[in-house]
Ligand binder design. Structure first.
Ligand SMILES: [Zn+2]
Length: 171
């Protein structure tokens, strides 16, 4: 593989493993085994799409297994899996009306208790139903369960409880 540096055009790019630090809510999470290309000539770093996807997967999986850390993408997918508006999702999690909009846009950061509750909702079957009942809401998944199962399955494929949840959704 001969890749030229897009900055100095030297044929001096080598792939290196590094630890990526990502902000999730109010904390930083370290994600080992991320990959990038570093130019031996000018020192610039480049992340080609394939490595970007690898890193993204590593980051999502690290966040999924870190208590009190939930990525913005994960929040959105949880909400969409249950067809909830940002407003309804905020209500279901007992947060202020605009909370989900702010968390998803990065305008404000989730508290640790809120993140822990979202982690439980993602990983423990029945939590979403229970929260909905407490909030006096009814969860509905009108467009067939397949899509919802895929959405959560992709995110949490290593987690058995979520597979169970996905099966419940698929019914
Ligand atoms: Zn270079």
């Amino acid at each position: 593989m001969s890749l030229n540096c897009p900055f100095c055009e030297a044929e001096a790019l080598t792939q290196v493993t590094y630890t990526h630090a990502v902000r999730a809510g109010r904390r930083m999470v370290e994600v080992p085994d991320c990959q990038q290309m570093v130019c031996g000539n000018c020192g610039e770093t480049v992340v080609p799409l394939t490595l970007y996807e690898h890193n993204h997967e590593r980051i999502e999986s690290a966040l999924a297994s870190t208590p009190a850390a939930v990525s913005r993408g994960l929040l959105k997918r949880l909400r969409e899996a249950y067809n909830l508006s940002q407003r309804d999702a905020s209500r279901l999690f007992g947060a202020g009306e605009a909370a989900f909009a702010k968390w998803e846009s990065g305008q404000s950061e989730m508290s640790d208790p809120a993140a822990l509750l979202v982690q439980c909702a993602l990983q423990v079957p029945g939590v979403m139903d229970h929260l909905a009942a407490l909030a006096g809401m009814r969860l509905h998944t009108p467009s067939g369960g397949r899509h919802e199962a895929d959405a959560l399955g992709r995110v949490q494929r290593r987690s058995a409880p979520v597979r169970a949840e996905a099966e419940v959704l698929a019914k």
